[in-house]
Design a protein around this ligand. Sequence first.
Ligand code: FAQ
Length: 334
Amino acid sequence: MYAQMVKTDVARVRSLDEMDPVERGFQERVDAGQKIEPKEWMPEGYRKTLVRQISQHAHSEIVGQLPEGNWITRAPTLERKAILLAKVQDEAGHGLYLYCAAETLGVSRDEMYEQLHSGKAKYSSIFNYPTLTWADIGTIGWLVDGAAIMNQVPLQRCSYGPYSRAMIRICKEESFHQRQGYDALMRMVKGTPAQKAMVQDAFNRWWWPSLMMFGPSDDASVHSAQSMAWKIKQNSNDELRQKFVDQTVPQAKYLRLTVPDPDLKWNEEKGGYDFGEPDWEEFFNVIAGNGPCNAERLNARKKAWDDGAWFRDGLTAHANKMADRRTASKIAAE
Ligand code: FAQ
């Protein structure tokens, strides 16, 4: 594991021999599979990496409500509407657990929001694509939540206690999300030719962005080596992408959909699929803020923040009033 020596924002992965005794003790605990808890000593790079990843993950959940939330009023039946409403609410809950987990590392909620609103913090590339039809909603549940589960199940074993525990509940809920998406698509592909075509069209548009969710290829992933040494990540980006393709292609076949990749081919020797390269230029463009919906998504979040100012002001005024009352009654009692 230490052989990869990829540059990260903590310079490079160092061997145990190069570490001072405190850091070596920390690394040995991580290597032994022990959880690190909030008030324990940790290298500054470990803390910063977790704040970066957990806050980006939280932002993804919150921004991720927008493409689907947009369809709640247009769901085709009452049942689908109730299911979608529950799913979108779950995503808000995931964001909140994750913000709480990040706060245990000494960063405030306000700082994290500021980083999102200023464009300094990233959120998942996938949420910068538009949801054009009802089939997009089923496809998001199937592919986007499916990719999220593939990435997040190993995070349940992350070395940082609060993050790993948050992931346990989140993964259970993502699993329901994935099934509801697949179920909606199963219904549609059994419908009219137009409905089936709508599913294929959605699949064509979401397939490649879903593969990009796992991050850049391993040789371009600047953080992977160190994050894996710290057991924040358990698998490389390419490993998880491969697993996702192997799991999803049979599901696509079951729906009688064509995977939009001419290079997709079963490789008997490796026991998995060979597949084409995602368009990395598009990926880097999207994460740089230039995807089809980046501006729309950020504006929606900033508007929600601004619209909530009166409520935050009210809470602060109430808290100040209560504090003043407590001080006054303390003085009176003395
Ligand atoms: N989008 O060196 P690496 C969901 C950035 S939740 C945007 O490989 P790392 C649930 C990366 O941050 C989806 N940026 O980085 C849901 C770094 O930039 P930085 C979110 C990306 O951290 C479903 C740079 O590229 N899930 O879907 C992306 O080792 C439906 C170099 O990359 C998580 O956040 C990307 N796709 O690996 C909600 C899971 N990929 O920070 C609503 C936790 C990479 O230096 C509806 N996160 N970048 O400026 C992770 O597992 C990791 O952070 C990775 C990236 C795998 C995403």
